[in-house]
Structures are given as C-alpha cells and as structure tokens.
Design a protein. Structure first.
Length: 150
C-alpha cells in the first residue's frame, strides 16, 4: 500500500520509519525539509514538497503534527492534503486535536470523496520507536479494516 506521512517530529519520524520496516511504500512531507532529508538518508522512502503531493501519490495519508491549527493547515490549507486527495483517499490524523476541527476536516474530505479516520495515539516517543503505540480510532468500519495493515 502506498502510504504518505505528513509530520516527522518526535512521534511521526519513528512511525514512518516503522511503516518502511514493514514494507510499505512511504512518501513523506515535513514542514522543515531538513528533517525529511535526514529521514530519507536513514530510512529511505520518497520526499515531496507539499502535503497535496503526498495525497497525489498515496492511497493513505497519515498526519502527525502538533495541534488543531497545524492539522487544519496541512490538510485544508494552501497546498494541503485535500488539494491532492482523490476519490477514495484515506486520511488518518494521529494528532490529538479538537473534536470540532476533526469534524470540520472530515466533512470537507467527505465532500471531496475522501475518507477520514481520527486516530490519536498514546505511548510517547518510546511507543513510536518500538511500534507499540495504542491507537484510538474513530471512523467507518470498512475503512478501518482496510487500514489495519498500516
């Protein structure tokens, strides 16, 4: 499965690395390009210049950024995921954000024919490194089932 990862901070860096270790084709974007370059040198994958490009190249897009405004920006903002999403694209937000922002983003993605999964995590950077995060997922059951390998 082609997976995109937006946000290579303390958590996202290791989550994306674990996806590569588990044989997923991973495309990354990070607002600080040097972090994405470091990730590619250490783990491989592909790098693009905008979140929209991540969505253009991937079936599933995972976002793991700081807060509600950051998630809104990388998904709905200029060059955001929504601008590259196609019918059937699945967006999984793993950030811990406002339920109101999640609903707003989900509505906009649904209008475009894409799907959203709300999937905040628990386990910290250790859990991300070791691949043992607890993920609390909200969304459509059939989309959840499709995402389980990721």
């Amino acid at each position: 499965m082609k997976v995109g990862f937006v946000g290579l901070g303390i958590m996202g860096y290791y989550q994306a690395a674990n996806l590569i270790k588990n044989n997923h084709d991973v495309t990354v974007y990070n607002r600080t390009a040097a972090k994405a370059d470091k990730f590619l040198q250490e783990h491989g994958g592909k790098k693009v210049d905008t979140p929209a490009e991540v969505a253009e190249n991937c079936e599933v897009v995972i976002t793991m950024v700081g807060d509600s405004s950051d998630v809104e920006q990388v998904i709905l903002g200029k060059d955001g995921v929504i601008h590259g999403a196609k019918e059937g694209t699945i967006v999984i937000d793993m950030s811990t954000i406002s339920p109101q922002v999640t609903k707003k983003i989900a509505k906009k993605l649904t209008e475009k024919g894409a799907h959203m999964m709300d999937a905040p995590v628990s386990g910290g950077d250790y859990g991300a490194k070791e691949g043992i995060l607890t993920i609390m997922v909200g969304g459509e059951k059939d989309i959840f089932d499709k995402c389980l390998p990721v």
